[in-house]
Design a protein around this ligand. Structure first.
Ligand code: CA
Length: 451
């Protein structure tokens, strides 16, 4: 989604990512560029599209008929008042929401009268290895189909590249990851999904704004209401933009007068490019380079706040894998150490463009997935570094470790059970302070030790 989400990475699922509101990890939302709010990084389960049993389904005793009446009253009352303020005409508003009913099958609902305690989403879930995010079978499928799409759409991609300056491999990688190159079935009508979430979801305010943005898209005539399909969280079309992101970044590249990210591949790909360039994608730069990082360079140097000229990383002993040099044009530009699994997985020198990919989905693993997939469309045969198997503890265990680190004065970026770069570097700093070898990633022994 073009919105970032802070999410719990873990399970790539086509069309799951989409523009969820950005936040730190909520399920299903994406934060960001357009959107903003949700989930961000981490390794756990990104069930963005895939609701889990724990969060789905409303309380069995809820009187649905009564709630349905409250919903209609809400549509005709507060929602209409807000829409009117935003300049919608009554007939357009009525047309857009006529016959829309609540969808009780959506996840993340909390209907009026539901007194259940809000579940601690996935806190008890087993912490998943970052490597689970990069299943070879899935990557291989995406590489094979992606190469065909690159050939099929080569002329259009060349024009998009020329106009926006974002490499075609990045665009096709996002397209594949978000919606299976437009083939994923988006099983929800956006108006119904968004109206349900805005009325009785756990993040009403966020979805309220997105619902009104969706109505704007229909009113502007880009897509007929019935064709405006989305994920359960309202992520639209092939790029999986939240409605607010659509309004800001979708483009009409095939010049038919409509910004159609559902049916037009040129519009979809150019919209992704426009999204990235508007977020600061730097033309002519790659996203990052897998690297060998000697033990003398601590993993605690990772992160977007610790950039150095690539020449400086080289001076410290960092080399590219496979014996290749860094591109000469990059030598004096800033690179960032990226180690999504600390010392327990591959390492990279990332460019600023890596962090631009994170504006699409606020997760290091997501952005790495996109960059790696783009490389695999070319000559890259796979990761050089090995993703080690990590496990035997839960997200709750991670959260408690984070709370202990916070008490000791470390910044972990919020104790949420997810392991972003701040948590990784906090662990690395703790290890250094204790005179230990720094791994910058939790393992079951370390989780007990850090206190
Ligand atoms: Ca168009």
């Amino acid at each position: 989604m073009a919105i970032q989400r802070k999410h719990t990475d873990g399970q790539p699922a086509v069309s799951q990512t989409a523009i969820c509101p950005k936040g730190k990890y909520e399920i299903g939302a994406r934060k960001s560029p357009l959107v903003h709010i949700v989930l961000a990084f981490v390794l756990c389960l990104c069930l963005i599209h895939a609701p889990t049993a724990i969060e789905a389904a409303a309380e069995p005793g809820t009187n649905r008929q009564q709630v349905a009446q409250q919903f209609r009253a809400w549509v005709d009352g507060p929602l209409w008042a807000e829409a009117q303020k935003q300049g919608f005409s009554r007939p357009a508003f009525t047309r857009a929401l006529a016959g829309v009913t609540l969808d009780w099958n959506l996840p993340d609902l909390r209907p009026p009268g539901d007194r259940r305690k809000v579940p601690q989403v996935q806190r008890q879930a087993e912490f998943g290895s970052p490597g689970n995010y990069f299943k070879e079978s899935r990557l291989n499928n995406l590489v094979a189909t992606g190469r065909r799409r690159l050939a099929e759409w080569a002329p259009v991609l060349a024009n998009i590249e020329k106009e926006f300056g974002v490499p075609r491999g990045i665009l096709v990688a996002i397209w594949g990851r978000e919606s299976g190159f437009g083939q994923a079935r988006l099983g929800h009508r956006a108006s119904r999904a968004l109206a349900t979430q805005a009325f009785m979801g756990r993040r009403k305010q966020f979805f309220h704004k997105e619902l009104l943005a969706a109505l704007r898209i229909v009113q502007d005539g880009h897509i007929p209401l019935k064709s405006m399909v989305s994920s359960w969280s309202g992520a639209l079309g092939q790029p999986q933009f939240l409605p607010s992101a659509f309004l800001l970044y979708a483009v009409d590249f095939d010049k038919d007068g409509k910004r159609d990210i559902w049916n037009s591949v040129p519009d979809s790909l150019a919209s992704i490019a426009n999204y990235l360039i508007k977020h600061g994608w730097q033309r002519g730069r790659d996203w990052g380079f897998e690297a060998n990082v000697p033990k003398t360079v601590t993993c605690a140097l990772e992160g977007p706040d610790k950039g150095k000229p690539i020449a400086e990383w080289i001076r410290l002993g960092v080399t590219r894998v496979g014996g290749r040099p860094f591109p000469p044009a990059e030598i004096n530009r800033t690179g960032y150490l990226l180690m999504p699994a600390g010392r327990l997985g591959p390492a990279y020198i990332a460019t600023k463009n890596f962090y631009i990919l994170k504006t699409y989905n606020e997760s290091d693993l997501y952005a790495l997935f996109i960059g790696h997939l783009k490389d695999r469309f070319g000559a890259n045969k796979g990761f050089h570094g090995k993703w080690q198997k990590i496990g035997g503890f839960t997200r709750r265990d991670v959260q408690q470790m984070q709370e202990r680190l916070e008490k000791m004065g470390y910044n972990v970026g919020g104790a949420d059970g997810l392991v972003g770069f701040q948590t990784r570097t906090a662990i690395g700093d703790w290890q250094l302070r204790k005179g230990r070898h720094s791994t910058c990633f939790p393992d079951s022994g370390l989780i007990r030790l850090i206190r």
